[in-house]
Write a protein that binds this ligand. Sequence first.
Ligand code: PNS
Length: 173
Amino acid sequence: MTRIAVYPGSFDPITYGHLDLIERGVVLADSLIVAIATNPEKRTLFTVEERVELIRRALEGRPAAGRVRVDAFGGLLVDYARANGATLILRGLRAVSDFEYEFQMALMNRHLEPGIETVFMTTSAKHSFLSSRLVKEVASLGGSVDGMVPPPVIEALAGKFPRSRKPAARGPR
Ligand code: PNS
């Protein structure tokens, strides 16, 4: 039996924390689908097409790439997982603060589809401070996101926030 796992998320944009999880999570299954949720009510910096492309480019040349597929989905995650033959949902945990939301989602998903298990992996310590939201904030204010996101994402962020480096605020005289 082929075991398929789904790693869902917004990936707006993908970070090295996500990539680390993909590479470590792929060993749990024969193949892993990185599934970008398309929620029309959620405003994102990158379109779904851009996010798919950035993940594909970030995976290029990595050992896990051959067993990872990138896709986008709308509607319920469990419906998507079932339709794709997946029996595992992979999610990352960075800190205790992630736990409540993740726990609630895992229980809801199990309620909706008892045949699919959610598996949590802890993010590597060196990536535990990373989030797509903070990466976007830093990039939008002209800060460096080197080492936080792969090169194609650095380039794409520079395209979204051209000339965003702000002069340092003056202190009181
Ligand atoms: O990266 P995120 O934004 O934390 O990912 C959240 C995501 C996409 C995994 C979650 O919002 C989701 O599963 N959305 C799909 C809709 C759905 O199934 N909702 C019920 C889940 S409890």
